[in-house]
Design a protein. Structure first.
Length: 123
């Protein structure tokens, strides 16, 4: 019975130490929680950045005055198609309406719809 009594005694000591550890953790938790309530967190920022400096230019591109490089930056228009637009414009004069781009080889209704709002023919 002496061994059993020692085992029970060790179990009680370990249980007591575990309880003390849990109480210690609770004290730390409530102390940190009280410290957060006492000192609110503030965040300071740098100077405000103007919106124009990080937003791209979204004004429509004038197909009558744009270069091939500018036209190539449009969605669905690569270098080859951009050169076709410039060549067509040079041969036939300025576009009168956005829909006139349909006369350029490689531009169909679907591609023209993708460019809606991104291109213009000037004044």
């Amino acid at each position: 019975m002496d061994e059993r009594g020692n085992a029970v005694k060790c179990e009680k000591i370990l249980l007591g130490l575990a309880g003390l550890f849990l109480v210690f953790l609770l004290v730390l938790f409530f102390r940190d929680r009280a410290a957060l309530k006492a000192a609110p967190v503030t965040v300071e920022t740098e100077n405000a950045v103007p919106q124009e400096s990080f937003l791209p230019d979204v004004s429509p591109l004038d197909v009558n005055s744009a270069s091939a490089e500018e036209l190539a930056g449009l969605p669905g228009i690569g270098e080859v198609l951009a050169h076709r637009i410039v060549d067509y414009r040079t041969a036939n004069g300025p576009f009168e309406a956005v829909e006139d781009l349909l006369s350029v080889s490689g531009i169909g209704e679907k591609r023209l719809a993708e460019l809606e709002g991104r291109i213009t023919v000037g004044n």
